[in-house]
Design a protein around this ligand. Structure first.
Ligand SMILES: [Zn+2]
Length: 95
């Protein structure tokens, strides 16, 4: 009889939140690391659209849910572009 729990063989699922099963050592389904980054960027975008402010602390906190420094850097670049663009748009709207 196999007493090994199946739970140790299967991880909790893809880290992007899609809930798809992934391999034991995997963190994401293929391509879903980029998807996760875009999701986090989309959340920041929604915050801005709702009139909220995206602070550097909010970006740092969102970046922490990404598992690697490379993904965090990718997210930060995208987030900073988004914040810079939002600031420009606001200036344009105020004209
Ligand atoms: Zn996924």
């Amino acid at each position: 009889m196999n007493t090994k729990s199946i739970a140790t063989e299967v991880s909790t699922g893809c880290n992007c939140g899609c809930g798809e099963a992934i391999g034991r050592r995997a963190i994401y389904r293929p391509g879903h690391d980029a998807k996760h980054v875009s999701q986090l960027v989309a959340e920041l975008f929604n915050t801005i659209q709702d009139g909220g402010k995206v602070t550097p602390a909010a970006i740092t906190s969102a970046a922490k849910s990404l598992p690697s420094a490379a993904l965090q850097a990718k997210f930060r670049r995208a987030a900073e572009r988004l914040v810079a663009k939002a600031a420009t748009d606001m200036k344009e709207a105020a004209k």
